[in-house]
Design a protein around this ligand. Structure first.
Ligand SMILES: Cc1ncc(COP(=O)(O)O)c(C=O)c1O
Length: 393
């Protein structure tokens, strides 16, 4: 029997990617699939960004760059952090990687040792537990529910941390719930992390997709002590519809980032040079295209919530950001309805068990308004017909 590395043997594949692949297969076979599974904007990358990449290729920027990314890109990222987040990072504190996923993976490899505990709230992004296991760490999940708005609090953080806790991973707006933290909530969390010497990885990839407020607060901006314990992660994937370009970045204390650099030196080296040139163009341009996309997502968010209000026996967490609605389906069969709905009515959603929430499904509203109406309408009819079975069971 194949013997694999003990840290890798229990890793599970990504259900998000698996369902998306199955939905695409059904589509290719001619089925009319409504895709609520997407983890990426359905918009095309803006033309000026594509043109920057084409220009980079034509002008010979097709070679290795420094492993941590070009100086120009790291300067553009430093300027973004200062302008948007009031965070003062030098280019030497920034490492550009092949997507924010890669940035987080690198950080966990650097910070987490055998037996260290890594805290994060559930529902959580699917990759966090697997990344922690791959580093030999122990994922410690802080369960959240409606009582705290599906967020961690100071009390929960104190309850679940221990002397073995090394890192807290925060993600807001959250995938899958869309919930946000405000300044006061973050201050309360930061105080515990400073007092208990816990590092924070702040995954801010959905920063620009917020709908009920213009204020996004980076936890690292809340004072010198928390700044020195936080590594801020972001990227261009969601903000600029650039998921395929694979550019993410992390910024933090230089002694941590030096190790991230060394680790990346011996694994991937630099992310694609032309993608880096595209990311420079994205970050330096006027940010109008972001505002346009945000407006469209906000009206889709409002629409999908209105439609879901008509579906019997389903309750949702109201998303303040990102492009997902997390729905409680416990009355109609829980996460298991995801594969049944794909088979029966060709509506693709992600089962919540992969986010640590087996009663839930995740719907992405990264699709047109007409598809949102069509998909939720199919769901409503299916649940009316099939829900009865669960009520009588
Ligand atoms: C919460 C969260 N973090 C990080 C990522 C990674 O994004 P990327 O690797 O495309 O930059 C995603 C993508 O789905 C995400 O949802």
């Amino acid at each position: 029997m194949l013997q694999v590395n003990r840290r890798i043997k229990d890793i599970v594949g990504s259900t998000t990617l698996a369902i998306t692949a199955r939905a695409k297969e059904l589509q290719a076979a001619g089925h009319d699939v409504v895709n609520f599974a997407a983890g990426e904007p359905d918009f095309d990358t803006p033309d000026f960004i594509k043109e920057a990449a084409i220009k980079a290729i034509q002008s010979g920027q097709t070679k290795y760059t420094p492993s941590v990314g070009t100086q120009e890109l790291r300067e553009a990222i430093a300027a973004k952090f200062l302008k948007d987040n009031q965070l003062s990072y030098k280019p030497g504190q920034i490492v550009v990687s092949c997507g924010a996923k890669h940035s987080i993976f690198n950080l966990i490899q650097v910070l987490v040792d055998d037996g260290n505990e890594v805290l994060f709230p559930s529902p959580y992004w699917v990759s966090y537990p697997e990344m922690v296991k791959a580093a030999g760490g122990r994922p410690v999940i802080i369960p959240t529910d409606a009582a705290t708005g599906f967020k961690i609090t100071q009390a929960l953080l104190k309850k679940y941390s221990s002397p073995k806790t090394k890192v807290l991973i925060l993600n807001y707006p959250s995938n899958p719930t869309g919930v946000m933290y405000d300044k006061a909530e973050l201050q309360a969390i930061a105080a515990v992390c400073v007092e208990r010497k816990i590092y924070v990885i702040s995954d801010e990839i959905y920063e620009k997709l917020v709908y009920d407020t213009d204020e996004f607060v980076s936890i690292a901006s809340l004072g010198k002590e928390i700044f020195e314990r936080t590594i801020t992660v972001n990227g261009v994937s969601k903000t600029y519809a650039m998921t395929g370009w694979r550019i993410g970045y992390a910024a933090g204390p230089v002694e941590i980032m030096e190790y991230v650099k060394k680790y990346q030196d011996h694994s991937t080296s630099n992310p694609a040079s032309m993608s880096q040139a595209a990311a420079v163009a994205a970050l330096k341009a006027s940010q109008e295209s972001i505002q346009e996309m945000r407006k469209v997502f906000k009206s889709r968010r409002d629409l999908i919530l209105q439609c879901l209000d008509q579906v019997p026996d389903i309750r949702y967490i109201r998303p303040q950001g990102a492009f997902y609605v997390f729905c409680d389906c416990s009355k109609v069969g829980g996460a298991a309805i995801a594969s049944k709905m794909l088979d029966d009515i060709k509506v693709a959603v992600i089962p919540g068990d992969s986010f640590g929430a087996p009663d839930y499904i995740r719907l992405s509203f990264s699709t047109s308004e007409s598809r949102i109406k069509e998909g939720v309408d199919r769901m409503a009819r299916w649940i009316k017909a099939n829900g009865k079975k669960h009520h009588t069971a």
